[in-house]
Write a protein that binds this ligand. Structure first.
Ligand code: FE2
Ligand code: FE2
Length: 202
């Protein structure tokens, strides 16, 4: 049985507007591409991508109401940086309203922060969200080049950039993001030594 038929996909997309709609379609394309490239589940990747930002437009009050409703207990960082909660609340909606399987929900839940033990599907969604076609922030091209052949390197680059950016802006850092960074760095993953970056001149 299909996880998400065309009718369900259209209904989900009808809840998204403007940039978020374009970003979600971009994320779906990127997730499918990454799943094909790295041997992931293409259908699950597409389903998770379509739903990943489904609650992003909600206010702080709405996010906290959803947490209450779905037994999500926000940590101190999530209460302060409440926009982070959209990953976890979107995962709850995916589960309750669209019957998404656990691994799809898990990938949606960790797409904003990352976490220590990320599955291939978690990595695909995190990276797809970062590199999809509509993204044009400084450094995104490096992430795209790294993602051509090593998902862990690309992911480490994303966390490296995200942590640096949070520190520069004096923002709070979620412990799961540090755990995600450490998990890759401890495995010996490095991105700076990727010779391809020099060759491509990015
Ligand atoms: Fe998001
Ligand atoms: Fe997103």
């Amino acid at each position: 049985m299909m996880l998400c038929n065309e009718e369900m996909r259209e209904e989900i997309l009808s809840r998204l507007h403007g940039y978020r709609y374009e970003h979600t379609l971009g994320c779906e394309r990127a997730a499918v591409c990454l799943a094909q490239r790295f041997g992931g589940d293409v259908e699950k990747a597409a389903f998770a991508a379509i739903l990943h930002d489904i609650t992003k437009q909600f206010s702080k009050e709405e996010q906290l109401n959803l947490c209450e409703k779905y037994d999500i207990i926000p940590c101190n960082v999530e209460i302060s940086e409440w926009k982070m909660l959209h990953g976890k609340t979107a995962a709850a909606i995916a589960r309750k309203e669209y019957g998404a399987p656990q691994d799809v929900c898990d990938a949606i839940a960790c797409h904003t922060t990352g976490k220590a033990r990320m599955t291939l599907l978690d990595k695909i969604i995190y990276l797809a969200d970062y590199i999809e076609d509509t993204r044009d922030f400084p450094g995104v091209e490096i992430a795209r080049v790294l993602a051509e052949d090593d998902i862990d390197r690309a992911l480490l680059y994303c966390f490296d950039q995200t942590l640096t950016d949070l520190i520069e802006r004096a923002k709070l850092i979620h412990s799961d993001t540090i755990a995600a960074y450490n998990a890759l760095a401890a495995k010996g993953v490095r991105w700076r030594d990727a010779m391809k970056l020099e060759a491509r001149n990015v």
